[in-house]
Design a protein around this ligand. Structure first.
Ligand code: ATP
Ligand code: MG
Length: 266
């Protein structure tokens, strides 16, 4: 089945599209087989969160947009799952906040970096970093720690969607302001982040872009978005949503549905 053959009225449409993109990413050589496993874990958490953007995630997305707009040198880090799931959305976000895009892989091969860079260019990217490999994240072995000297190494703010915990911690130790997108609020990466976004990458990236457009000419609102966001509270809210949750009901069903879910969505 191709993506366009998935019936749009299917109750799990978004989830099926996501699976399809990851599968196509593996076939195209841009997503690793490990990426399939990461996708499965993400899907399970998204199901428990009710496949919607929580109010606390929306606040995180707004704070992320404000932080990116205030940055001197923001970089969006792209791995094989991100490239398969939201290539055009990453390109849009980079344009909205004037960020670099850098391919950075946990299971690094030059071939896969090149394929991902080509894939991003097919979706409108101009410059894609990640092939120079002339910088490093201290404290990690060579394969995991290689970055571009004028990219992630020089960045003040990095967006690391679906990052593994070790690298998130090592980037934090370098003093970067980290924005992590991850559906698991218990994972080390969002717990290390300055701004944890507990949301599906597919919903999160375009929403950060929308907030960035909204905040572009509003410096006072940017400060407010950053100051009013509390990372620990957002993590706690996501955990509570999972515990009390709507167990996989999509947005509208959840809105008509049980009271516990309506409480969360308020
Ligand atoms: P660690 O504690 O080291 O961070 P981990 O379990 O997070 O370990 P991975 O196997 O790299 O390590 O997990 C991938 C993460 O990516 C999972 O937490 C999963 O929830 C998340 N994830 C997968 N797909 C998506 C997606 N589409 N959007 C957001 N997060 C996702
Ligand atoms: Mg993680």
């Amino acid at each position: 089945m191709t993506e366009t053959e998935i019936p749009e009225d299917h109750p799990r449409y978004a989830s099926l599209v996501t699976r399809h993109r990851i599968e196509a990413g593996v076939e195209k050589g841009i997503t690793s087989k490990q990426g399939l496993i990461a996708q499965g874990r993400g899907e399970a958490f998204d199901y428990l969160l009710g496949e919607r953007t929580l109010p606390s995630a929306d606040a995180a997305e707004r704070a992320a947009a404000a932080t990116l707009l205030c940055a001197d040198h923001p970089v969006l880090s792209v791995n094989g799952n991100v490239a398969a799931l939201a290539p055009a959305e990453i390109v849009d976000l980079a344009a909205a906040v004037d960020a670099d895009i850098e391919v950075n892989l946990f299971n690094h091969t030059d071939e896969r970096v090149r394929r991902i860079a080509d894939h991003l260019r097919e979706h409108g990217a101009d410059e894609v970093k990640g092939l120079a490999g002339d910088g490093e994240i201290p404290g990690l072995d060579h394969a995991r720690g290689t970055v571009d000297a004028d990219g992630i190494e020089a960045a003040d703010v990095v967006v690391v969607p679906l990052e593994d915990g070790d690298r998130a911690e090592a980037l934090d130790a370098m003093g970067k302001t980290e924005i992590v997108v991850d559906l698991n609020p218990g994972s080390r990466s969002p717990r290390t982040a300055d701004i944890p976004i507990i949301d599906n990458l597919i919903r999160a990236v375009p929403n950060v872009t929308a907030h960035a457009r909204d905040l572009a000419d509003a410096p006072a609102s940017r400060r407010d978005a950053i100051d009013s966001f509390d990372a620990d509270e957002a993590l706690a809210e996501a955990e509570a949503a999972i515990r009390e949750g709507s167990f996989g009901m999509p947005d509208d069903a959840a809105a008509d549905g049980d009271a516990s879910n309506a409480d969360i969505a308020d």
